[in-house]
Design a protein. Structure first.
Length: 81
């Protein structure tokens, strides 16, 4: 299956685009998506272990399934001061 991941802030800057299309096997979970993103877009690699993922605007853990035809967001850690 193919999914589209929307990228924000530092993730968008590192990837050089606002979203990435990722091919995953049926039944994949967020952890597999995280690994595939690292392979498909190496500049994201250092950021991905610390990023949060949201499916339909709800944060999900790595063992959550990746549903087809849904919006997935990669939200990098933020800092402020």
């Amino acid at each position: 299956m193919k999914v589209t991941v929307k990228l924000f802030a530092a993730a968008r800057d590192l990837a050089g685009r606002e979203e990435l299309a990722v091919a995953l096997p049926a039944g994949a979970n967020i952890g597999e998506l995280r690994r595939r993103l690292s392979e498909d877009c190496p500049p994201l690699g250092p950021l991905l272990p610390h990023a949060m993922f949201a499916v339909d605007a709800v944060y999900v853990p790595d063992d959550a399934p990746v549903p087809e035809n849904t919006e997935i967001a990669c939200i990098p850690p933020v800092s402020g001061g």
